[in-house]
Design a protein around this ligand. Sequence first.
Ligand code: NAP
Length: 327
Amino acid sequence: MTLLLIVGATGTLGRQVVRRALDEGYRVRCLVRSFKKAAFLKEWGAELVPGDLCDPQSLPPALIGVTAIIDAATNRPTDSLSIKQVDWDGKVALIQAAKAAEVERFIFFSILDAQNYPDVPLMEIKRCTELFLSEAGLNYTILRPCGFMQGLITQYAIPILERQAVWVTGESSPIAYMDTQDVAKFAIRALSVPETEGQTFPLVGSRAWSAEEIISLCERLSGQEARVTRMPLNLLRTMRHVSRFFQWGWNLADRLAFTEVLVTGRPLNAEMDDVYRVFGLDPQETTTLENYLQEYFSRILKKLKELDYEKNKTKKQAGKRSPVKKS
Ligand SMILES: NC(=O)c1ccc[n+]([C@@H]2O[C@H](COP(=O)([O-])OP(=O)(O)OC[C@H]3O[C@@H](n4cnc5c(N)ncnc54)[C@H](OP(=O)(O)O)[C@@H]3O)[C@@H](O)[C@H]2O)c1
């Protein structure tokens, strides 16, 4: 049976790739930094191997017997490591180890339009990694998403439900978000479609959404008004330059640079007809952003109602039990 190595399996996308691969009957091995954090993947039926992209020696043992690699790893903003250490040095090490181990297939997640932003570190690193992979002599497929619907929960849905501020930059590019479950579906399908070998594809949702449109949709679905706070672009740029002076700020500065992508106003979107045709997938089965958020809000509002009901019930019972004062 084909053995897949999934890197970044504990991440937002990686876990969906693991789920889909297991559901489709693949044997799955996950390269993980912490067994404790990855325990749920083992419960699902995946094998865990210890490893770190920034420790090249940990990679060859993880690759023994592996047919294909799906790499969904990226630097965590909370890590002390830099984007360059993980997304460039680490990925170069992984690609070289894959080549040495004669892995038959390598699926890599890049970012849509990375070539248009040479001054944004993560974008430039993605462009260079695409190039490095395509010249490494491996049988690769590069997938280029532009944003995951899962990120919208912390960015918009939760602050609106909790009546906290929703932060937006002055003018932001509309983004064609995709559900990570759909992204995972394409990644696993690539393994069995020879036309995807040596090719690069965009992976985007059915349409691009601006921040304002997402906020209105969340307001409608939650029945609550958002408290929108606009972050001036110049303030973000200043923060980026100031944080560069401090080592602790390098990671932050690289992330703030990403706002340069969002403020161009240029939509992050792509034509998907050919992609669906090549992969043999049906666009009607891809989750729309309306459906994704509707599902989220109805689930969460139902839970809140239940909690409220339980709270009132406990209060009433406590009221009945408390002794009535006699005058
Ligand atoms: N998020 C988006 O909207 C978006 C948009 C376009 C493209 N992408 C691309 O899609 C892919 C998945 O992104 P994501 O948002 O799902 O990532 P994520 O949730 O931030 O997860 C990152 C994963 O990488 C792992 N990782 C980090 N450093 C590592 C290291 N040194 N060695 C081994 N593993 C390491 C993390 O493991 P730990 O759990 O141990 O930290 C985690 O499993 C990435 O290539 C990303 O660039 C994402």
